[in-house]
Design a binder for this molecule. Structure first.
Ligand code: BGC
Length: 280
């Protein structure tokens, strides 16, 4: 017998699959977060454009969303700070009533060889990339439970998407803090997925490869650097932020309702041991 939860999902296209839902996208003033915010808004979600520096850039993202007919507000919060995260959720709830989708995207690099890596740089990277994801996920779960299921909007009580990296599996010399933070995200995500699945909260990760954003500008801004980078990418192109936005919209929507605890690598094959293309 089919219950509402087990009824087959329609495969008809859902152009505004997130209509009526609210998403918080952390680190949304540039790069991947910006594109994800725009993508979720185009799919119908109200979007909180979180930023920490760059108020103007965040306001521009919100304005771009509004110009396209969407709804967005910029909200400043350093995701590594508990009180600021809680204030961001209060602002989201004040503006839109609740939160249905959290995209834990805020992240940064502070690269250095291990013997030169300062404790401050270790703590900043782990604080934003890992502790920030914990703090935001915890507030999201509290809000999902408070609000309760809204079956007319989604089969899920809530969706959490963690922005990881290919470096949750690929070790990365000179980036010990970053790789450790993303390795941490991998098991944070899976543990939360296991813990929360019975409450109909879905938790998944996207693991981007090399995406053309400010974080890795030196890796693509000159033809020589790009040529070196492409040796690591079987698809032979650098990723664009929109490649990640497409995946985020899908993971946020009921089209992926049976996907929980998964890491979706969006990396042009970077994790496929490209050194073996013509070797071994
Ligand atoms: C890093 C980028 C890097 C990419 C592939 C990302 O997680 O932030 O700087 O280009 O991984 O190595």
């Amino acid at each position: 017998m089919s219950t509402p939860e087990s009824a087959p999902l329609s495969t008809a296209p859902r152009p505004r699959a997130l209509a009526g839902q609210t998403a918080i996208v952390t680190g949304a003033s540039s790069g991947i977060g910006r594109s994800v915010a725009i993508g979720l808004a185009a799919a119908g979600a109200n979007v909180v454009v979180n930023y920490v520096g760059g108020a103007d850039a965040a306001a521009a993202v919100a304005a771009e969303i509004e110009r396209a007919g969407g709804t967005a507000i910029p909200v400043r919060a350093d995701v590594s700070q508990e009180a600021e995260v809680q204030a961001m959720f209060r602002a989201a709830i004040a503006a839109f009533g609740t939160v249905h989708i959290l995209v834990n995207n805020a992240g940064l690099q502070r690269d250095a060889p291990i013997e030169e890596m300062s404790l401050a740089d270790w703590e900043r990277v782990v604080g934003v990339n890992l502790t920030g994801q914990f703090l935001c996920a915890r507030e999201a779960v509290r809000e999902f439970k408070r609000r309760g299921l809204q079956p007319e909007l989604s089969r899920a009580l809530g969706k959490i998407i963690c922005m990881s990296s290919v470096h949750e599996v690929i070790p990365w010399a000179g980036h010990a803090n970053y790789a450790a933070s993303k390795g941490g995200v991998a098991l944070l995500m899976k543990t939360l997925a296991q813990e929360l699945a019975p409450r109909r909260i879905r938790v998944n990760s996207i693991a981007p490869g090399a995406i053309r954003t400010p974080i890795n500008r030196p890796a693509w801004e000159t033809p020589e650097a790009l040529e070196r980078l492409l040796r690591l990418i079987p698809s032979k192109r650098i990723g664009e932020p929109e490649d990640i936005a497409e995946a985020a919209v899908w993971l946020a929507s009921d089209a992926s309702d049976y996907v929980n605890g998964a890491t979706l690598f969006v990396d042009g094959g970077m994790t496929l041991y490209p050194g073996f293309e013509d070797n071994g």
